[in-house]
Write a protein that binds this ligand. Structure first.
Ligand SMILES: *[C@@H]1O[C@H](CO)[C@@H](O)[C@H](O)[C@H]1NC(C)=O
Ligand SMILES: *[C@@H]1O[C@H](CO)[C@@H](O)[C@H](O)[C@H]1NC(C)=O
Ligand SMILES: *[C@@H]1O[C@H](CO)[C@@H](O)[C@H](O)[C@H]1NC(C)=O
Length: 294
């Protein structure tokens, strides 16, 4: 009897051990999954690494789509020589008239500054690039890159400092991204035809693999109900303050515009760190785009 119990218990222990191993996920599993070149998406303890080598880049995507919310990734960008590489963190909806909010981190040769390019697509059209350098070295430690999206504004933030705002100016006839649920994505790829110093510096593959490391991916948003009626979902996520996810804090009154403090931070960031703004590129846009005038 004792033997039988022993064998039974051993069986239970093995079963539990195997089950735990099989289902033991990472803390990222609740919100995202590898989406392409799965063998280049590497979990390393509490960290997630995206690798680029001369064979492939890779990426991950959120499991759900969201209509409004705030997403944050804590990223340590490629160390050392990152020239030619781009790491992106972005939100996007689907289809030809899609909306998209991009962070694109443009690599550089060792010791030269990374640039953060942001872009916004509305109803299928982008061409709204801005570029900034940073007030820290983004390759030595993790920093938080966030996108806040609600019916009044889209805000790009770096360590909670706003670096860009796209406000809702529908009253002036300017289209604002709304009503399309967005996925959250990140990827690393080779873009040495344009990314670094205008494409003059190419990727040095002898320095591969190029690795961007994630400590956290956080998504607070109104989760889109798959298979639910579209207009009902838009209404639920746009109008209600409360939902099954809890309170939609990203749509609260104080989220509809920057605070005075945040406005000062934005001014500071632009004054000290802006290196390119499509709104000031008169060679490209002899007539400034309408959303720049707003
Ligand atoms: C979006 O673009 C399409 C053309 O692709 C156009 O027909 C439609 O009116 C645009 N929507 C808005 C809200 O401007
Ligand atoms: C790379 O470094 C050069 C030289 O400092 C700088 O001009 C450039 O803006 C940096 N960033 C990129 C993405 O080229
Ligand atoms: C990739 O890089 C490695 C090491 O530099 C090299 O041996 C290999 O031939 C390269 N492969 C391709 C497809 O370029």
């Amino acid at each position: 009897m004792a033997d039988v119990t022993g064998v039974f218990l051993l069986g239970v222990v093995l079963f539990v051990a195997c089950t735990v191993t099989a289902v033991r996920g990472t803390k990222f599993d609740g919100v995202i999954q590898a989406s392409w070149a799965l063998d280049h998406v590497v979990y390393d303890g509490e960290l997630l690494k995206l690798k680029l080598d001369n064979f492939s880049g890779c990426g991950f995507a959120s499991k759900n789509k969201y209509l409004y919310g705030k997403v944050t990734a804590e990223i340590k960008l490629v160390e050392g020589d990152s020239a030619g590489t781009v790491t992106a963190f972005y939100m996007s909806s689907d289809g030809v008239n899609h909306n998209e909010f991009d962070f694109e981190f443009l690599g550089n040769t060792t010791g030269e500054p990374y640039l953060v390019q942001t872009n916004i697509y509305v109803n299928g059209t982008g061409n709204r690039e801005q570029r900034m350098d940073l007030w820290f070295d983004p390759t030595t430690d993790f920093h938080a890159y966030s996108i806040l999206w609600n019916p009044r504004q889209v805000v790009f933030l770096v360590d909670d400092t706003p670096i860009r705002v796209y406000g809702n100016h529908e009253e002036s006839g300017i289209v604002f991204p709304r009503d399309q649920p967005m996925g959250v994505y990140s990827s690393i790829w080779n873009a040495d035809d344009w990314a670094t110093q205008g494409g003059r510096v190419k990727t040095d593959w002898s320095h591969a693999p190029f690795v961007s490391t994630y400590r956290e991916v956080q998504i607070d948003g109104c989760e889109w109900g798959v298979g639910m009626e579209w207009t009902a979902e838009v209404k639920r996520c746009s109008e209600s303050q409360w939902g099954k996810e809890g309170r939609y804090w990203w749509k609260e009154k104080e989220m509809e515009a920057l605070s005075v403090h945040q406005s000062h931070q934005l001014k500071w960031a632009r004054a000290k760190h802006l290196v390119y703004d499509y709104c000031s590129d008169t060679a490209r846009f002899p007539v400034p785009p309408a959303d720049c005038k707003a």
